[in-house]
Design a protein around this ligand. Sequence first.
Ligand code: UDX
Length: 426
Amino acid sequence: KYPALHITIIGGGYVGLVTGTCLAHLGHDVTIVDIDETKISAINSAVPPIYENGLSELLKNHIGKNLRASTEYTSVSEGDVIFIAVGTPPNPDGSANLSYIRSAAENIANQLVKQRTSYPVIVVKSTVPPGTTQNIVGPILASKLPKQSFDCCMNPEFLREGRAIDDFFHPDRIVLGTTDEQTLNIMKNVYSGLDAPVLTTGSTAAEMIKYTANAFLATKISFSNEIGNLCKQLDVDVYEVMKGVGLDHRISPHFLNAGAGFGGSCFPKDVSALAVLSEAAGVHPILLQAVLAVNEAQPLQMIRILERHFPDLKEKRIAVLGLAFKDNTDDIRESRSIPVIASLLDKNAVPVCYDPMAGENMKHVFPNVLYCNSAKEALKNADACLVMTEWPEFSQLNEEFDGMKFRVIIDGRHILTIPDAEGVCW
Ligand code: UDX
């Protein structure tokens, strides 16, 4: 059996919490550090502050044993490996805000300079612009610590919300951005419980791999949406087309689902950040900007289709099924339902919303719209219905639609199984 390591994770958000809990499950001794006391006490009581499939059970198994959370940086002193997994939210211009990364690096250095006896590996897990590990994190640590007393590695995550635990234990690859042999050995120990190809690169290439993977997946979606919009005009089923395209192993069938567009905390933010840094590097990002533009326009296609049925949407009752940015999560960040609801309100329509999990979160964005406890309730007397999220339960809907006033059903996710639903781009 591989040696268990002492690991500290800075940041108890989505990535830090999932990564820390899964590393504990691999047998390591893990401390999660966050400044948010409410979050820390929730984690220590084995109550995940976010919803993620399977996380609650894993937390219960490990918290108080080989997993704990703290607001203090003291565990950094004993750590073999310290992960930085803090947020990199977008600045107003779309670039990544690195202030949390900087303060995490400073706090680590301040702690290590006080007490450290042996040398840790400091791993950047957060999604950061190329060069951040080498030019920002490294120098902050080096300004306080003796040379040779630490080493930095960039190790991106590829976790999908809702499937993050499974993605952690069955990754397609593990990217280790370091050229130092000793650091590589320690990092291989961190993940030695997993069966996955390991790719070693420089830290800047590792940072670029993360942005590029997300930008490529987002490109596949926007590409499918543009082709879908054309297919709709030509009266061709884009799903049939993409099935035929995706069978080519060079393309793969994944992430070709046309519809309402992509949301979430990663794709919109990472593509914007990559576009901004590309412009700054003197390379005008024609393709990346087009990916974003297609995605901005896509949810409003649903309104356009709706207006073909009701040129005046005033006081029309529109059931909005799905508020989360995708299924299996309560996360509404960049959800495509947000621009759709905003547009409905703008046109004086009456959105009537339902989501199995995300209703409470959406109430913060739209406190004054109607929320229901079931799809059936939202559909009752509705003039039309818009499906915004690929929740599996929507594929079971059938007689619930009988309660509608008019049967205008627009499926933004290709999830309904009733024959008369209309697609956004098929
Ligand atoms: C993504 C990446 O997949 C993950 O590897 C990375 O680490 C974080 O960002 P996530 O944002 O959780 O994960 O969701 P994902 O499943 O990738 O879906 C993103 C969005 O794209 C959703 O809004 C989804 O509905 C949409 N989507 C996805 C499509 O519109 N079509 C598709 O074919 C696939």
